[in-house]
Write a protein that binds this ligand. Structure first.
Ligand SMILES: [Zn+2]
Ligand SMILES: [Zn+2]
Length: 241
């Protein structure tokens, strides 16, 4: 009896396609660490998973990190995940493609206000205004077809208008376009379900004081939010790659 095969997978049509690398023509001597078969043999998902144009013996080399896998194994990994348009290298965790979220439709605006934040004397302030109306959940949300609520909108957030603050603003705009700022879920503060909630990118919603912990001064905030954006695949390095 041979090695055990991975269990069958259902290939859904929903969501963006996986960002697969080009097929590589030279077989490599190593193993594919997704299926544990040699790269010179067919993917362990042969006969289990079918994907248009991806033959089980095709191998792909990820562009930046150079790690190699069967293309069919990358398809299997993608379809087992949340199918958000991105692939993460299982060896080194490099992110490929653009991760997108499930933020419902709305508006993001920003403008300068002539006041400084605590800790940023003599620096004007960028005020971001997010506005999301209530609506009906789509297929990507927890309860498709059901209403969702949107509490506390428009929500105001603040950044110092210095070089790092403007960089955070640029990346937040990208995150907004990729639907990563908000999602629909259960509120940590009220316990209400099917409502619009923040999605792992922290914002400063308090101006002039820090009574809630979501205000200034906070010397590490800009670096922290840059790290949170990078974890979502949003960074200036990723934009240049
Ligand atoms: Zn494989
Ligand atoms: Zn890698």
């Amino acid at each position: 009896c041979g090695p055990s095969r991975p269990s069958p997978l259902q290939m859904g049509n929903q969501g963006p396609a996986p960002p697969l690398p080009r097929a590589h023509s030279l077989p490599a001597p190593q193993d594919c660490t997704i299926c544990m078969e040699r790269l010179v043999t067919a993917s362990g998902y042969e006969g289990v998973l079918r994907h248009r144009g991806v033959r089980p013996e095709l191998v792909g080399r990820l562009g930046r990190c150079g790690h190699m896998y069967h293309l069919l194994c990358l398809v299997a990994m993608y379809s087992n995940g949340n199918k958000d348009g991105s692939l993460q290298c299982p060896t080194c965790k490099a992110i490929y493609g653009e991760k997108t979220g499930t933020q419902p439709p709305g508006k993001m605006e920003f403008h300068l206000i002539p006041h400084s934040l605590p800790g940023f004397a003599d620096t004007q302030t960028i005020r971001i205004v997010y506005d999301i109306p209530t609506g009906i959940q789509g297929p990507e949300h927890p309860n498709p077809g059901k209403k969702f609520t949107a509490r506390g909108f428009p929500r105001h957030c603040y950044l110092p208008n210095n070089e790092k603050g403007r960089k955070v603003l640029r990346l937040l705009i990208t995150a907004w376009e990729r639907r990563l700022i908000f999602t629909i879920g259960t509120s940590n503060t009220t316990g209400e379900s099917d409502t619009v909630v923040w999605n792992e990118i922290h914002h400063k919603t308090e101006f002039g004081s820090n009574l809630t912990g979501h205000g200034y001064p906070d010397a590490s905030y800009l670096d922290n939010v840059l790290a949170e954006l990078t974890a979502q695949g949003v960074s200036e390095a990723a934009a240049k790659a």
